[in-house]
Design a protein around this ligand. Structure first.
Ligand code: 13P
Ligand code: SF4
Length: 312
């Protein structure tokens, strides 16, 4: 089947099986096109709790499927490729976090949503890049906080809230690699351009940016801004939605630094790109692979996710 036929077959399967497709902004354009909901990690989690469907298909990465299953345990949650991981989630394992917590018994744990269910189970409140500042602002002023796993996001939140959270030293391999030199050059070549960055980028990139926010916040900014040109420092999948929403505006992606030994010179998340139309079709047809989360882990993790939803 070609892409057009696959897309039609997927929509037909959704109708027959009462299934709903969710896609993150970083997925391939053809996946975003067939999805019922496209959003950032907060919007996808919120939407999952509102839909009436028997099957939820999460086109994103593994932790997004896990979060969906934890929030909707009675629904069948399918993920097109179980191997679609996340370098950021991988940078914090539950055993190491448990040890760190034990060394800091007076600290509460705030975790970014890009974490495994096991890490969420050790967490007091989950945040996303959309709501991190809002949630941290609501915590008691004297609260001692461990924030993980994204160092760059934590460092940024410390700077805008005046907190001194203890930061885990994790990072996303896509966002931590944007080239500061290339960004400065692009700004010089495009006077008057607005620079938009995701808070997972390193501090020197954020310091050069006009707007810092989640994928959804950046997209909304491009729609309401009077600027005609934007430099984008986040995964390049978002450019599809930006261009679709603003066909008369120009979007310039920041390239990554060329690091020796790292083959990829693009700003794409290879895990997000593992979602293909063929895999979505097959997972709907076979109702597999299905996401399962250990019941006890899910019971502990759901309270930290629900706390986030209440505080958002
Ligand atoms: P958002 O919360 O902005 O959707 O980002 C998720 C993510 O994986 C960023 O790399
Ligand atoms: Fe994880 Fe980075 Fe990919 Fe986002 S872009 S899913 S943080 S690896």
């Amino acid at each position: 089947m070609n892409n057009k036929e696959l897309s039609a077959a997927i929509r037909q399967l959704c109708k027959e099986k009462n299934a709903v497709i969710f896609a993150h902004y970083y997925t391939r354009p053809e996946i975003q096109e067939i999805a019922d909901f496209v959003g950032d990690s907060l919007a996808l989690a919120q939407q999952a709790t509102r839909v009436h469907a028997d099957i939820l298909v999460m086109c994103g990465v593994h932790f997004m499927g896990e979060t969906m299953k934890i929030l909707c345990p009675e629904k069948k949650v399918l993920v097109p490729d179980m191997a679609a991981g996340c370098s950021l989630a991988d940078s914090c394992n539950a055993q190491d976090l448990a040890l760190f917590k034990a060394q800091h018994p007076d600290h509460m744990v705030v975790s970014y949503v890009n974490t495994t269910a096991d890490v969420k189970a050790l967490t007091d409140v989950v945040v996303t890049s959309s709501n991190a500042k809002k949630i941290i602002d609501q915590l008691p002023k004297d609260a001692k906080i461990i924030f993980g796993p994204d160092y760059n996001l934590g460092n940024y939140i410390n700077s805008v809230t005046g907190r001194e959270m203890l930061l885990w030293n994790g990072a996303c391999h896509v966002h931590s690699r944007f080239s500061q030199e290339a960004l400065l050059q692009l700004k010089k070549e495009n006077p008057g351009v607005e620079v938009l960055a995701h808070p997972e980028c390193k501090a020197p990139i954020l310091a050069q940016s006009d707007v810092i926010g989640s994928t959804k916040a950046l997209l909304e900014h491009t729609i309401k801004s009077s600027a005609k040109r934007f430099i984008i420092a986040t995964e390049s999948g978002i450019l599809f939605e930006m261009q679709r929403a603003c066909p008369d505006k120009q979007f310039i992606p920041v390239p990554p630094e060329m690091t020796e030994g790292m083959g990829c010179s693009c700003n794409e998340c290879e895990y997000m790109r593992m979602n293909t139309l063929e895999k979505v079709y097959n997972c709907l047809l076979n109702e597999s692979p299905e996401m399962h989360v250990n019941k006890e882990t899910a019971r502990k993790a759901v309270s930290s996710i629900n706390r986030m939803l209440e505080m958002s």
